[in-house]
Design a protein around this ligand. Structure first.
Ligand code: PEP
Ligand code: MG
Length: 575
């Protein structure tokens, strides 16, 4: 039956393909008494062998698409499957209790999981518990003849349907086969949406109910430009979606012509257009889209893609690769922003009610737990500074005291390296993200001590409006054009300029086509966005007159009461 859905447009592009449901399958079973012990052993052995073959396949795929290091997590799973002690205990339980393999498997693995999870503070054993949990699910699925979906197993053109996608699920999606994804929850600035934009996978998030509306294999049409989706579309509807996709492709081809052009407004004012990246591999997109700098390198993916803390050398190599790849153009590297929706399996973070308001980013770096981790990162960055134009940025700064503490650690590590005779650039700018309202309000004080600001609107908006950026329920409050947000942004830009510093923006608002005219008018110096938004923004800026945009910004800041009035005003000024 044709079913229309409306979600949040999260990544541009259109697709029509079969649905691939990436949802938790039902693995419930009953405990039964068995007579034929040998037959039960055989069922277990079969399930173990099938799980091993499948994991080996996933491991090989991960090694070729993500790298050998990322594939190592599957080695740990394969080890669990070959653990003679655990398998011996499962068989003992089948034999002595005369129970089916499912029940024996669950009983024994639950015991190991409880034991390992109870070893608090022992991150290694906690991780083993997580491995056993994962492997148990796979073996159980084989015993029950249920297919366990996995992004790595996709080998035909599909649209991925999920309740939610974690950043690590998203990283595993293969663009060759995954034509789009659509989820129940999430907002435009959740990290899976941000990653979809850099992978150029069309996406719609926050539909609330897609997983219950579509069956595996059913045809699905998704429009990431409008947020619309249709389950089981008619031939006519399919043609409409395909036409919209072609129109978008034609527009993209027009934008491509601006790849090597200057970013100037109609009256000749230059703005810096930079790109956000998550890994050195993303540089390809930076160059392909003609970005002039890297305005945000989210280094936490280096930590998330690694089975353990990345070493100073590994980090150095990654930072050096980016700096060299940019050939002297500026690269803003943000120190790690773990926490919020980004977890590290090997870092034992406490479970919190409000992780976005909790122990996150610089708060971890400045605590005892993060001290060594932070210093290692600073050293790697300092060493890499000799290979290009490095700018270091601290995330989630709320107070000047935090900035001073971080800056002091930076200076300490720099002095140590210099004493060791290591080449370190002496012109590294050190700045902060403005993503906490306290820092935005106090920007005049910060501006005296930092080298630059980069406004992180993804968080600044959620904290100012008290509206979780991941929640589709309160997405109506997630208002980049609200006069309150605009005033905070203006305050930050003016404070920077009063001290002769520059102010950029690396939140998604920087590439928002409705917001760009306002930001031009407010005098933002640098715009950093998903690489895929760079060319359309350059194209838009070419049509703007900066003096007129200044007038627009003044009116929006002073005369408008609501977001709606601001949008109306923008439409009046930008036809
Ligand atoms: C932001 O908060 O705007 C930002 C760029 O950081 P992140 O999206 O990684 O939290
Ligand atoms: Mg942020």
């Amino acid at each position: 039956m044709v079913e229309m859905l409306k979600g949040i447009a999260a990544s541009d592009g259109v697709a029509v393909a079969k649905a691939y449901l990436l949802v938790e399958p039902d693995l419930s079973f009953s405990k039964v008494t068995v007579e034929d012990i040998e037959a039960e052993f055989a069922r277990l052995d079969d399930a173990l062998a099938q799980s091993k073959a499948e994991l080996q396949q996933i491991r090989d795929k991960a090694a070729s698409t993500l790298g050998e290091k990322e594939a190592q997590v599957f080695d740990a799973h394969l080890m669990v499957l070959s653990d003679p002690e655990m398998i011996g205990q499962i068989k003992d339980s089948i034999k002595t209790n005369k129970v089916n393999a499912e029940a024996a498997l669950k009983e024994v693995t639950d015991m190991f999981i409880t034991l390992f999870e109870g070893m608090e503070g022992n991150a290694y054993m906690q991780e083993r518990a997580a491995d056993i949990r994962d492997v148990t699910k796979r073996v159980l699925a084989h015993l029950l003849n249920v297919v366990l979906p996995s992004p790595a197993m996709i080998n035909e053109e599909v649209i991925v349907v999920a309740h939610d996608l974690t950043p690590s699920d998203t990283a595993q999606l293969d663009r060759k086969y995954v034509k789009a994804f659509i989820t129940n929850i999430g907002g435009r600035t959740s990290h899976s949406a941000i990653m979809a934009r850099s992978l150029e996978i069309p996406a719609v998030v926050g539909t609330e109910s897609i997983t219950s509306k579509v069956k595996a294999g059913e045809l699905l049409a998704v429009n990431g430009l409008t947020g619309e989706a249709i389950v089981d579309p008619t031939a006519e509807q399919q043609a409409e979606f395909i036409k919209a996709g072609e129109a978008y492709a034609a527009q993209k081809a027009e934008w491509e012509k601006l790849k090597n052009a200057q970013t100037v407004t109609a009256d000749g004012k230059h703005f810096e257009l930079a790109a956000n990246i998550g890994t050195p591999k993303d540089l390809k997109g930076v160059h392909a889209n003609g970005a002039e700098a890297v305005g945000l390198y989210r280094t936490e993916f280096l930590y998330m893609d690694s089975p353990d803390f990345p070493s100073e050398e590994d980090q150095f190599q990654a930072y050096k690769a980016v700096l060299e790849g940019m050939e002297g153009k500026p690269v803003v590297v943000r120190t790690m922003d773990i926490g919020g929706d980004k977890e590290l399996p090997y870092l034992d973070l406490p479970h919190e009610m409000n992780p976005f308001l909790g122990y996150r980013a610089l708060r971890i770096s400045l605590s005892e737990l993060g001290d060594a981790m932070f210093r290692t990162q600073l050293r790697a960055l300092l060493r890499a500074s000799a290979y290009g134009t490095l700018r270091v940025m601290f995330p989630m700064v709320a107070t000047l005291k935090e900035f001073r503490a971080a800056k002091q650690m930076f200076e300490e590590e720099k002095a140590k390296l210099v004493a060791e005779g290591v080449a370190v650039s002496d012109s590294i700018q050190v700045g902060i993200m403005i993503e906490i309202p306290a820092a935005a309000v106090l920007a005049d004080k910060f501006a005296k001590e930092v080298d630059f600001f980069s406004i992180g609107t993804n968080d600044l908006i959620q904290y100012t409006m008290a509206a979780d950026r991941m929640s589709e329920k309160v997405s109506y409050l997630y208002q980049p054009y609200n006069p309150s947000i605009l005033r905070l942004i203006k305050n930050v830009i003016d404070a920077a300029h009063a001290e002769g510093k520059w102010a950029g923006m690396c939140g998604e608002m920087a590439g928002d086509q409705t917001a760009v005219p306002l930001l031009v008018g407010m005098g933002l110096d640098e715009f950093s966005m998903s690489a895929t938004s760079v060319l359309k923004t350059r194209s838009l800026m070419k049509r703007l007159d900066s003096a007129k945009m200044q007038e627009l910004a003044d009116r929006a800041l002073n005369d408008c009461d609501t977001m709606e009035e601001v949008v109306e005003l923008i439409n009046e000024y930008v036809k």
